[in-house]
Design a protein around this ligand. Structure first.
Ligand code: GPU
Length: 781
């Protein structure tokens, strides 16, 4: 009601009541005890680690909320341009440790908890990962300052269950009953002469906001991650599809799309709620709507939130009553689109029916290709085309990927718009989580060696280049190696306590962790393990004495409906069951598939790896980001010339990576040859044929079970394992050879970490800020 004066009442009383940050140890313990007594209604007696975690989390949360409120107020007062990141996935991992490190409070909490009889590290372990996402794409959105659900291993097969994260109160998330919007589905719209359009009927669903504080490092700036859930009322005319369903499932697919009506409703629900929120905030600053793009930039995380494009058009046309051209001009200056894959199965088409009839043959003209509508029965809306035409700029996530994008799925649009609309932002990773948090030993050593506080290189990762001076320093090499060793022991301890197996920590640790996908070729890795096992079996005991022991780790999830991916997990687990108990080989080769892959498990695996595998068919992995995490932690990389592997090699030098396999330009030709001039696998690649036959013969349990998986390789071999397997095995032999000379290996390890500066997420986000959003940081002091 008009312009009211705030605050109500006496301003001084408000100011006196305002709590500042109390960050000394006595204030921390006081706040902790207060939360135990009042928030949790518990006592010092019988307080377990989980209760203590909750109280400590609530105490840190108070600090985050203060900074977060100050940040929001600062932005409201300054009304700078804002960038909004619209994503259907956010893989945040744990918050507590990250918040303590970012606030610079870890040591003080450590002291405080010790005084109260608790061990901070044990409390940190009580937090469950926040996982509203599947793979790297979801993790990438977790970097920027949104649903609620997701999929362990039993009997060798993946088990799916609701995410336990959702079963407990999450102290990091604030329900905002005061922030809600109505979202409408179905119904009809009409525009009477000279009147605004009216949309009515159908189903009305309330979107309620849930906010998570995302603290920046070494700054008071604390951003907001806003997720949406269906509220407690609905007016359903079509009562069969409930509002609650919209936010009750996280679609667990990765790189695939399918035309489920519920998925489409989710996409509309979140984008419509987010846009309503963005428009409301814009309206508070009293500027004409035509200036919208000067105050708002919206980044689309892949095609999933593309419905925001037509939704903003609807708002501008129907609610704001703007002419089409004016509205379209606003839209196309507001949105920016990041593509994360060129795999055709991920290109979302908006389908309403399951059965799709093939398009008419001959329908291959440019116009038809560029149309938003794919003709056929039924017709489809092409989300990628919509995202491209609705956006100011479009980017891929590594150099090769951005080039392939321009040469393939957006080729016609490059001809139409010119090159300048299309560009590259190579992905990055946060050094706070992927160095300091997951590998404090290494982070401390770097700080001590470079004689700079951690904050310096954690904010400017290029500073790691200073380590190059110490590559040949034997004392430094020793310290470097000792940290890797203790990280390997930490992983071995984890495996012993969770799976009950003892591991030789002096063996080479070889790790492949990522979503299970045919293009990522976990199959090639497991066939490589079988090949190694057969080779060891064929050796004499004297020959075996010369072999370096190796432990192979896998982790990752398969989409519940992805049969071949699930069969791959089953094969890995069953190979492990045989080779881990074979007295001839078990000391030289062992294999683990670690269940329940998560960001937190990655934080244990990555610092412990000697070598990691990034072995996608050339041209298929858009970027990859775990490759960067391993290298930052001094692990070496064996991989194909694909995605960000290429840029990593450019930075660290080709002599420090183990590359193999065919290059991207060869892939299409090879596939053509496979299709039209097939050569039997026994001829093309006898070593691979032998591994497959061993599996078929039942050495690792009923061979028949794996036939559908093995046939994907024996038959059309779309991902070209038969073409790359021999060079893969040679690359692994080179890895073994290099590992024999431990000093040389350590030098490679140091040189690799030292050259990872480019891959900081700070650089990536700076690129987006400059190329897309046209914003500068607006810092709270
Ligand atoms: N990515 Br599309 C996913 O994790 N899920 C997806 O559905 C799609 C892409 C990944 C890419 O596979 C990976 O190469 C990239 O590093 C990551 O997105 C972030 O850009």
């Amino acid at each position: 009601t008009g312009k009211e004066k705030w605050p109500r009442g006496e301003e001084k009383v408000w100011i006196d009541g305002t709590r500042g940050l109390d960050t000394d140890v006595p204030s921390i313990t006081k706040s902790f005890v207060n939360h135990v007594h009042t928030s949790l209604a518990r006592q010092a007696y019988n307080l377990d680690d989980f209760g203590a975690y909750q109280a400590a989390a609530l105490s840190v949360r108070d600090d985050l909320i203060i900074n977060w409120n100050d940040t929001q107020l600062h932005f409201t007062r300054k009304s700078p341009k804002r960038a909004y990141y619209l994503s259907l996935e956010f893989l945040m991992g744990r918050t507590f440790d990250n918040a303590l490190l970012n606030l610079g409070l870890k040591e003080k909490y450590n002291d405080g908890m010790t005084k109260l009889g608790f061990n901070l590290e044990d409390l940190l372990e009580k937090e469950r990962d926040a996982g509203l996402g599947n793979g790297g794409l979801g993790r990438f959105s977790g970097l920027l300052p949104g649903l609620k659900r997701k999929p362990g291993i039993a009997n060798g097969s993946q088990l799916e269950a609701p995410d336990p994260w959702l079963e407990h109160d999450n102290p990091w998330e604030l329900p905002r009953a005061d922030v809600s919007y109505e979202v409408r589905f179905y119904g009809h719209s009409e525009r009477l002469d000279g009147m605004k359009a009216i949309w009515s009927g159908g189903q009305e669903v309330l979107a309620m906001a849930y906010d998570t504080m995302v603290p920046g490092y070494d700054t008071k700036n604390t951003n907001n991650l806003r997720l949406w859930e269906t509220g407690d009322y609905e007016r359903a005319l079509e009562s069969s599809n409930s509002a609650a369903a919209i936010t009750s499932v996280l679609y667990p697919n990765d790189h695939t799309s399918f035309g489920k009506e519920l998925r489409l409703k989710q996409q509309y629900f979140w984008t419509a709620a987010s846009l309503a929120d963005i428009i409301r905030r814009f309206k508070n600053i009293d500027k004409p709507i035509t200036e919208f793009p000067e105050y708002v930039a919206i980044q689309l995380n892949d095609t999933h939130p593309t419905l925001a494009v037509p939704e903003l058009m609807r708002i501008l046309l129907d609610d704001e009553d703007l002419p089409w051209d004016t509205a379209w001009n606003i839209v196309t200056n507001t949105f920016f689109f990041t593509n994360h894959t060129v795999l055709p199965e991920a290109l979302e088409n908006m389908l309403f029916l399951q059965a799709v009839e093939k398009k008419f043959p001959g329908d291959r003209e440019k116009l038809a290709r560029m149309s938003l509508i794919e003709e056929g029965f039924p017709q489809n809306v092409r989300m990628a085309n919509l995202a491209v035409i609705g956006s100011r700029k479009v980017n891929g996530v590594a150099e090769l990927h951005s080039e392939l994008l321009k040469a393939t799925i957006v080729k016609d649009f490059v001809d139409f718009y010119g090159q300048s609309k299309f560009f590259n932002v190579t992905n990055g990773i946060t050094p706070r989580r992927w160095l300091d948090q997951c590998n404090p030993g290494l982070s401390n050593l770097i700080s001590e060696t470079l004689q700079i506080p951690k904050g310096v290189f954690l904010k400017d990762l290029y500073k790691l280049e200073g380590l190059l001076k110490y590559v040949d320093n034997p004392t430094f090499q020793k310290k470097w190696a000792a940290i890797k060793q203790s990280n390997k022991e930490r992983l071995a301890h984890y495996v012993e306590t969770t799976l009950g197996f003892k591991i030789n920590t002096h063996a080479m640790f070889d790790v492949q962790i990522k979503r299970l996908h045919e293009y990522k070729r976990q199959t090639m890795n497991i066939f490589g393990v079988v090949h190694r096992y057969l080779t060891l079996k064929a050796m004499t005991p004297a020959e075996r004495k010369k072999v370096n022991p190796k432990v192979v780790f896998f982790a990752g999830k398969a989409a519940p409906g992805y049969y071949i991916a699930k069969l791959t997990i089953r094969l890995i687990v069953n190979v492990a069951r045989v080779i881990n108990v074979d007295p001839d080989t078990k000391d030289l080769l062992s294999l683990f598939f670690l269940p329940d892959y998560s960001v937190s498990l990655a934080e244990i695996l990555i610092p412990a790896s000697d070598i990691s595998q990034h072995i996608s068919t050339a041209g298929t992995e858009a970027s990859g980001t775990s490759n960067m995490k391993f290298c930052l932690n001094g692990g070496l990389l064996v991989g194909t010339v694909d995605g960000a592997n290429i840029e990593i090699a450019e930075e660290v030098g080709e002599s420090n990576v183990f590359f193999f396999g065919h290059l991207t330009p060869a892939v299409e030709d090879l596939r053509y040859q496979h299709m039209y001039h097939p050569v039997p696998i026994e001829e093309k690649c006898p070593a691979l044929a032998q591994a497959l036959n061993e599996i078929s013969s039942g050495t690792f349990g009923d061979g028949g079970v794996y036939e559908p998986l093995l046939n994907t390789i024996r038959q059309n071999d779309y991902y070209l394992l038969t073409e790359d397997f021999d060079s893969y095995i040679k690359a692994l032999a080179l890895v073994d050879e290099a590992y024999q000379d431990r000093t040389e290996w350590i030098k490679k390890s140091i040189s690799t970490s030292a050259k990872m500066g480019k891959f900081s997420s700070d650089r990536a986000i700076q690129d987006y800020a400059q190329e897309c959003w046209n914003i500068e940081s607006s810092k709270l002091t």
